[in-house]
Design a protein around this ligand. Sequence first.
Ligand code: AAO
Length: 511
Amino acid sequence: MWLLLLLSVLGTCWAQYNPNTQPGRTSIVHLFEWRWDDIALECERYLAPNGFGGVQISPPNENVVIHNPSRPWWERYQPISYKLCTRSGNEEEFRNMVKRCNDVGVHIYVDAVVNHMCGNGVTAGRDSTCGSYFNPGKREFPSVPFSGWDFNDGKCKTGSGEIENYGDMYQVRDCRLVGLLDLALEKDYVRSKVAEYMNHLIDIGVAGFRIDASKHMWPGDMKAFLDQLHDLNRTWFPEGAKAFIYQEVIDLGGEAIKSSDYFGNGRVTEFKYGAKLGTVLRRWDGEKMAYLKNWGEGWGFMPSDRALVFVDNHDNQRGHGAGGAAILTFWDSRLYKMGVGFMLAHPYGFTRVMSSFRWPRYFENGKDINDWVGPPNDNGIIKRVTINPDTTCGNDWVCEHRWRQIRNMVIFRNVVDGQPFTNWWDNGSNQVAFGRGNRGFIVFNNDDYELSFTLQTGLPAGTYCDVISGDKIDNNCTGIKITVSDSGNAHFKISNTAEDPFIAIHVNAKL
Ligand code: AAO
């Protein structure tokens, strides 16, 4: 009886930590600023066949149209209404994407911007992605509707009405983040409107949410709208399944608000992960890969089963948010592939892969003055993601998730799912290796000299295809072959000047 009660309590409160990916699919990819019709195609032609579990999409609700600068990516973080109507597509296209992706077992995770509406200083009118009228000065958003009652103007105690000090949790949650009109989520009415929006998405078939700017909402206010959410759509999800929740909270330490404040609601983004991994791989601050032996909680990160991890995100790849210059991105592709490879091989956290667009990055006094530039477009209309004969993307879509090294490590993570972290080896410097039980093994050389060692892999004897330098095709390997002896040992040789100075083998790439 007590056990049953305990199980049912655990059952309901653990649900929101479960990513709802299909069994054996262990990562999601953020297709930043993609159109819905392109995402549907990508689910069918690439993500499903390569074992991706899901897609984080850009905010699907109506946003303000910004002309100065011209259509920045960040206009989508300024909501005007909860109509599904953006540059990525309308509601019909959204529904079509959700259905087609779910039908091939790839789930959709919505970036939910519910802390605020548009900026304080935006001009009133109908310059929004669906043409809805709004008047920020009067706090009027009739398409929701929200009015002056629904904002935190009275509650915020700073002179400017803005967050002035991140050391004061009241400011951070009750005042405006960079001028964005802060919703009064203590009000039942506001909570019900947010829940209605999220339920509309759940009913269509989405599997979960990234909750933007969670740090700027009280955890209890969030719980109040999360508790109103429907179970997931029965067409694709088991009875009683709950939305996966991961909250965007930037906690690098030293501020009033902690990631752990939010564990009751779901998972939390672990921003220390990418900041530290970038520092280690760049060998800054005296860091070296040998120190990664106790990566994870040992580095002061949150518990693994609460963490959503990533090497870079849409903010810190361009100097927004937090993490600074250490963050690795596609612009540093060689180190980036190692970073993503390490993340996907290591058991800590639930992993999200970034997929970006290229922009004309231009530094002045250490700051990228083009950090605002929006997605590839023709007169504002987002360009299609074209696919080149070599399977990479055109039209300035970077498609990191299609890089062989990254795609094959997404598969590696699926193959080693549930296996323990084993057979760690290091040279005391930047040459390290580790295994995942008897299913996979990975070796890195980030030193300035060759690696040449015989290491215990934990794998069954045989010849394996290195999935970093090549692919296993028709029982042949297009890259380096590694022979594992009966004792589980194998010799690895990695030049420090190799195109990719790391090797990864797993049991599904055995020849
Ligand atoms: C735009 C314009 C603004 C204008 C505004 C309104 O750029 O000039 O005032 O419109 O008209 C995105 C863009 C913003 C954009 C906004 C709306 O990034 O530039 O503003 O859309 O269009 C904070 C939040 C975090 C947020 C991050 C960017 O806590 O939630 O700022 N991320 C999300 C989204 C993001 C989006 C929004 C939220 C808003 O991912 O794309 O904004 O919807 C500290 C704090 C962090 C804080 C950062 C940056 O970080 O801890 O919480 O993030 O500062 O303000 C060290 C510290 C680290 C610190 C960091 C930076 O690393 O260790 O803790 O330094 O100081």
